[in-house]
Design a protein around this ligand. Structure first.
Ligand code: ADP
Ligand code: MG
Length: 198
């Protein structure tokens, strides 16, 4: 079973990974975006780490809902509402339980990813964060490590894709040949989960 502390460690590990990869995320957002994805993610997850330390929510669901609200209120770019929705919806599914099973977390994340698709009007193949989130969450039925790896493979698989959503879609064919920044950060999120679940 996973308690609130596990979820706080997941968010802290994500913040650390984002801090380490922020420059790369912004670099990836340069040719097919507006070069702010690393800055956006760093601002958002730094705020998440601070608010979780300050408020110390006591249940898994409350940790994720607070993290999601914080991303929505601190990140100006498209990724803020999208990641915020992912965490808020996942947290809502986890309810008020003090501890949750790995099966419950998998189901909740599945619902969270569905909420991202709904908000974004996007699907796998559109060259977005969903190209890492969908295979990543699907692989949770194997293991946390498999989920992290599948998300990373999913992010790499966005390179040959034509962008159909987000700023990159304005580039049309010129979006081909670049890795999607949001898929790359989604792989950090699921990689951090694998790390803390280790
Ligand atoms: P912005 O595009 O507003 O500058 P960011 O640079 O922080 O925001 O985030 C860009 C990422 O957001 C993209 O790489 C993509 O993965 C994701 N994204 C953008 N639009 C959508 C959408 N409609 N559905 C899913 N993901 C999206
Ligand atoms: Mg951007």
């Amino acid at each position: 079973m996973r308690d609130a502390d596990f979820f706080r460690r997941w968010m802290a590990a994500t913040a650390a990974a984002v801090e380490q990869e922020a420059d790369r995320l912004t670099e990836l957002d340069s040719p097919i975006g507006d070069a702010d994805h690393g800055v956006n993610m760093l601002r958002g997850f730094t705020a998440v780490r601070e608010v979780l330390d300050a408020e110390g929510p006591g249940t898994p669901g409350a940790v994720l809902r607070l993290a999601g609200r914080t991303l929505i209120s601190t990140v100006g770019g498209a990724s803020g509402p999208l990641y915020g929705t992912l965490l808020r919806r996942t947290g809502k599914e986890l309810g008020e339980a003090a501890e949750v099973s790995d099966d419950a977390l998998r189901e909740a994340l599945y619902a969270g990813v569905g909420a991202v698709a709904q908000l974004g009007g996007s699907a796998p193949g559109d060259k977005t964060m969903l190209d890492a989130l969908v295979p990543g969450v699907a692989a949770l039925s194997t293991s946390y490590r498999a989920a992290g790896d599948a998300a990373q493979d999913g992010a790499q698989a966005t390179v040959p894709m034509l962008a159909r959503k987000g700023r990159a879609r304005y580039l049309g064919e010129r979006s081909i040949g670049h890795q999607d920044p949001g898929a790359t950060s989604a792989a950090l999120l699921l990689g951090a989960l694998a790390e803390v679940a280790g």
